[in-house]
Design a protein around this ligand. Structure first.
Ligand code: AMP
Length: 393
């Protein structure tokens, strides 16, 4: 059965088509600069990448070309072969505890939640509508980044703010990256072959978050009301003293939009290093003796370690820690620094095992009290699995 996994952004649309239940990727690609000059798309098929220019005035244009490419490349002969389309949705708030089949009411709720994810939910709605129009017979499923975190208890997800901010304005911790955390936590408990496992998943990419998972359920996560909480990220500040915001607004006459831009787009690794939001550039800066790059990496590492320590206590000990996403999967040096700072917990790195990029591997020594793994994430396959499960009942 053919299932499409879709991630629609405001000007982009990523897709991956699977043969299910084998989970075989048949074709994947990305449409970029939708509605902007210079739009184009890239298709990956049989290990080869082909990029083409195209006029993409809307997401509908992208879906139309996608269907043409699927037919031209003999992936499908007929549109009805696509039985399901899974859509990644960033914000489901407390409305969705799991993935759902999209009907008019679900679509309206996703749209109504736009104020909590102004860049992402409106784009997802556009994507859903474009696919519905072009491929009406496929079952459309919404897979939420937030639903994995819905198992957090009230005492975990509430902020110490006036309670009415929660009841009247929905201000609480929702978390993000849930599909990735769920995939990696599941994979980790398969590896551990233990049902009642206690694990910590570190999703360290351009955005970063850490989740404490007990028996497959999220207990706590570092992202909050928005993705700008917890860790130091590429351009986001993560946890800060909230009073810095009104202080700097008064000092510099910044508007709410201005300061939002600074804390989301000009902070994190970029803000501290002054060089780049990309950890590879920061690592190169360190090699060249750039002190602010070194400081940025130190602050990044320290924050990850702080959260691991906090979740170690919360979970009353952990069986394993996983590193995933761009930095977690690829940065040998950042993983090394994090793990070395955990030595008080009996964690012992194996440098040779840690010399790995983008591949599942144990990276700690056999006598380490906590096993640490690199586990490449796969959000797309989780979306395809959830979509398939609705069709196969
Ligand atoms: P993501 O958001 O998961 O795509 O991750 C992006 C981050 O991963 C960026 O900070 C990249 O610098 C980092 N990254 C990707 N590949 C590598 C690599 N080979 N070595 C170090 N960092 C990497």
């Amino acid at each position: 059965m053919k299932i499409l996994s879709v991630n629609a952004g405001s000007s982009s649309l990523k897709f991956q088509m699977y043969e299910m239940p084998e989970e075989k990727v048949l074709i994947s690609g990305v449409f970029e600069r939708i509605g902007i000059n210079g739009s184009c798309y890239t298709i990956k098929l049989n290990g080869e990448k082909v990029s083409k220019d195209a006029i993409l005035n809307s997401h509908k244009d992208a879906v139309k070309i996608l269907v043409e490419e699927l037919i031209a490349n003999n992936i499908i002969a007929d549109l009805n072969e696509i039985k399901g389309i899974g859509h990644r949705i960033v914000q489901g708030a407390d409305k969705f505890e799991s993935s759902v089949v999209i009907n008019d009411e679900v679509l309206k709720t996703i749209s109504d939640l736009s104020s909590l994810a102004p860049l992402h939910n409106p784009a997802a709605v556009i994507g859903i509508e474009a696919f519905k129009e072009m491929i009406p017979n496929a079952v459309a499923v919404a897979v939420f980044d937030t639903s994995f975190h819905q198992t957090m208890e009230e005492e975990t997800y509430l902020y110490a703010l006036p309670y009415e901010w929660y009841t009247d304005y929905q201000v609480r911790k929702y978390g993000a990256h849930g599909t990735s955390h769920k995939y990696v936590a599941n994979r980790l408990s398969d590896i551990l072959n233990k049902k009642d496992s206690k694990v910590i998943v570190c999703h360290l990419g351009n955005g970063g978050s850490i989740t404490a998972v007990k028996n497959g359920k999220c207990v706590d996560t570092s992202m909050g009301f928005t993705p700008n909480a917890g860790l130091v990220m590429g351009t986001r500040c993560g946890d800060i003293d909230a009073s810095i915001i009104p202080y700097m607004m008064q000092k510099t006459n910044m508007t709410p939009q201005d300061i939002d831009n600074v804390i989301n787009k000009k902070s994190g690794l970029l803000g501290i290093s002054g060089v780049s939001s990309d950890s590879r550039d920061v690592e190169n800066g360190i090699k060249e003796g750039n002190k602010r790059c070194l400081l940025a990496e130190k602050i990044f590492v320290r924050r990850v370690v702080d959260y691991i320590a906090k979740y170690y206590v919360l979970l009353n000990g952990v069986d394993a820690i996983a590193f995933t996403a761009g930095i977690g999967e690829n940065s040998i040096t950042i993983r090394k620094q994090i793990i070395e700072k955990l030595s008080i917990l009996g964690v012992e790195l194996d440098e040779e095992r840690n010399n790995v990029r983008g591949k599942e591997q144990l990276i700690t020594a056999d006598n380490s009290k906590i096993a640490c793994y690199v586990i490449p994430t796969d959000e797309e396959v989780m979306i395809a699995r959830d979509t398939y499960s609705f069709i196969e009942g």
